[in-house]
Design a protein around this ligand. Structure first.
Ligand SMILES: Cc1cc2nc3c(=O)[nH]c(=O)nc-3n(C[C@H](O)[C@H](O)[C@H](O)COP(=O)(O)OP(=O)(O)OC[C@H]3O[C@@H](n4cnc5c(N)ncnc54)[C@H](O)[C@@H]3O)c2cc1C
Ligand code: SF4
Length: 478
């Protein structure tokens, strides 16, 4: 391949020889001591090389694999041609949060999983996520704005409850259609899990702030410190405050617990609380922020999903000597994204597989000193195809630790649903909403994101937000 040639002039044959351009990253021994972003971003040349690996399929499977149907081959070819304005506009056409999605979406299970280039033996798929991050960062750094002509006001008002990716998408889409939108958020800052859950080193918070400023520029009013269901309820929004429709996107932020002895000891945290203290309340920036957090010397994380990896890597950065993830299955069953597991291992997180906690042990002052665990083995596959962990009778292990972080998933918080009549819930307390429109059983009320799906992903929450916004707009136009 003639590397002196500008990428846009490479022949098809030369383009096929380009190896995947791996995303430059901060070295593990540096990044595990600070909260700086791990991924450093592509240069323009690297981005063009990576984008040039796309063979511009006639029937692009990647678009089908993308939950919001971004025209992926089009924006990749625009990057190759150095038409960066065109590329970002192609992306913005389908997603309002490309800088977020480029960083946190599980592309390896979506667009990249079906990329034709990656289906060939020995070839890796086109780095679509990395390129989405590149183009979004380029637009932010260059001050290029997503300019939308907002039509004259329709005179209709919509309340959006919750300011995570689902709420942000609904609010943005409806504001662009000329509706007045007020977004209510329980916490003192908007952004949902993007702000309080996903750590700074994976998603810098100024990116989330930037996206929220863009939302406000569209005319969306953001009202923080408003717990809907307590300060105001849904019927009051509809009947007394003049809203014509309500979208509920309150997430699934209620942590699940293990329900084993000793869970109330000092030093046992839910991942939700631990990460909120670290991210939203910026405990890592002590003494600038005085949020208390137990740094932990020997930290154990219980569970092995993305949230567990975030907790483990946060604990390392807060100064833990050892961080061990305890998981009852084996490495191949780890539910975290492969890249998160890989980064955690690189940074020094240890793993104890086939191990399940049965009791937290405290000292005379009620402080955690260790965990008694049951050793497990894998049995038959369950309905989901994963092999079931089975206790090995009489085989136990004690693990010394002064901080344990429980990360075994979250459920729907019943606060809002308990105070709203007419909303049908499923057996887990999630709101039942039409799969295509997000319409709930209550007139004038839509729902989407984790409150309907259970804990899912950013892009699925956004996709549902988009569908709900279309349906709300249709309802308001009648
Ligand atoms: C630590 C962590 C890491 C994750 N990592 C990834 C990842 O890498 N990739 C990925 O795709 N997904 C990831 N997820 C999942 C993803 O973040 C969620 O699926 C997504 O944020 C759901 O969006 P949402 O809008 O439905 O809700 P949320 O983002 O949960 O936002 C809901 C908002 O509603 C507010 N709210 C709740 N109740 C009320 C009320 N009564 N009144 C007003 N406001 C209320 C909450 O405070 C919150 O701000 C992660 C989740 C966590 C917790
Ligand atoms: S499937 Fe892969 S190669 Fe084909 S158009 Fe999409 S990104 Fe390009």
């Amino acid at each position: 391949m003639d590397i002196e040639k500008e990428v846009k002039y490479l022949s098809k044959k030369e383009r096929r020889q380009i190896p995947r351009q791996h995303m430059p990253e901060l070295a593990p021994e540096i990044r595990n001591k600070c909260f700086d972003e791990v991924t450093l971003g592509y240069s323009l040349h690297e981005a063009q090389l990576e984008a040039a690996r796309c063979i511009q399929c006639k029937d692009p499977q990647c678009i089908i694999g993308c939950p919001v149907s971004i025209n992926i081959p089009a924006f990749l070819e625009q990057i190759v041609a150095e038409d960066l304005d065109g590329a970002i506009n192609t992306v913005w056409d389908k997603t309002a949060l490309p800088a977020v999605c480029g960083r946190v979406c599980p592309q390896e299970m979506q667009c990249e999983a079906v990329c034709v280039v990656g289906l060939k033996k020995g070839r890796e798929p086109v780095g679509i996520g990395n390129l989405e991050m590149f183009i979004a960062d380029w637009a932010r750094d260059s001050g290029v704005e997503n300019i939308v002509e907002i039509p004259a006001s329709t005179g209709k008002k919509v309340a959006v409850v919750g300011s995570g990716p689902a709420g942000i998408t609904v609010a943005g889409d409806l504001a662009k259609k000329g509706h007045e939108v007020v977004m209510y958020e329980a916490l003192h800052k908007a952004g949902g899990v993007l702000l309080y859950g996903i750590p700074e080193f994976r998603l810098a918070k100024d990116i989330v702030d930037y996206e929220l400023e863009a939302l406000e520029a569209l005319g969306v009013k953001i009202e923080c410190n408003n717990v809907i269901g307590r300060t105001i309820d849904i019927d009051e929004l509809l009947e007394e405050m003049g809203f014509d429709a309500v979208f509920i996107g309150v997430g699934a932020g209620l942590p699940n617990f293990l329900n084993i002895p000793g869970e109330d000891l000092s030093g046992v945290f839910s991942a939700n609380e631990y990460l909120t203290r670290a991210n939203l309340m910026k405990a890592f920036a002590f003494p600038k922020y005085d949020t208390p957090i137990i740094p932990g010397r020997n930290v154990v994380i219980l569970g092995a999903g993305n949230v567990a990896m975030d907790s483990a890597r946060t604990a390392l950065r807060l100064g833990a000597k050892t961080v061990t993830v305890v998981y009852r299955r084996t490495k191949p069953e780890v539910p975290a994204r492969h890249i998160e597991l890989h980064h955690a291992e690189q940074e020094g997180v240890k793993f104890k597989f086939l191990t399940s906690p049965i009791e937290f042990i405290g000292d005379a002052n009620g402080k955690l000193v260790g965990i008694n665990c049951q050793k497990m083995e894998l049995g038959e596959a369950d309905e989901g195809g994963r092999r079931r962990p089975i206790a090995i009778e009489g085989k136990h292990e004690y693990i010394d630790c002064d901080l344990a972080i429980i990360s075994i998933g979250t459920s729907a918080n019943p606060l809002l649903t308990n105070t709203t009549d007419g909303l049908k819930l499923n057996q887990w307390g999630n709101i039942e909403a039409d799969k295509k429109t997000g319409k709930t059983t209550k007139k004038g009320v839509w729902a989407g994101g984790d409150i309907t799906l259970g804990q899912a992903t950013v892009i699925l929450a956004m996709g549902m937000g988009r569908d709900a916004a279309d349906s709300i707009d249709e309802y308001l136009s009648k």
